[in-house]
Ligand binder design. Structure first.
Ligand SMILES: [Zn+2]
Ligand SMILES: [Zn+2]
Length: 120
């Protein structure tokens, strides 16, 4: 993969966010650093980063695709209330079931996060 400043900026931006942003949220922040960047360029660079294995896509029901710079295998928890996405340790699942050698994980749990529960 050839070095590109845009891709590096997209990657560093995503890495600095732990909120599992979608492409348009990443675009907003990248634009602060590279004012003439387009959403299409951000999309393309995200695609390349995914192909290179540096970034993972997170498919979330009823939401745009999210991106994650954390590449060790883990599950996700999505809040129906605020749409936040948080990480769930895969070990919590595999150890309990005595599973070894899990290669990848596409688990998404849905529910209400602590913050939204406390609002009620
Ligand atoms: Zn919430
Ligand atoms: Zn994650």
């Amino acid at each position: 993969m050839r070095y590109s400043k845009q891709r590096e900026t997209v990657y560093q931006t995503l890495k600095s966010m732990c909120s599992h942003p979608d492409a348009s949220q990443i675009y907003q922040l990248v634009r602060e650093k590279i004012p003439n960047v387009s959403l299409g360029t951000v999309y393309r660079n995200l695609g390349e980063l995914c192909q290179a294995g540096l970034v993972h896509r997170v498919s979330v029901e009823n939401s745009a695709e999210r991106f994650d710079a954390r590449t060790d295998q883990h599950a996700h928890f999505v809040c129906h209330g605020c749409g936040c996405v948080s990480d769930v340790s895969l070990e919590d699942i595999t150890v309990q079931h005595g599973l070894d050698g899990v290669s990848h994980c596409k688990v998404v749990l849905y529910g209400t996060c602590d913050q939204c529960r406390n609002k009620k």
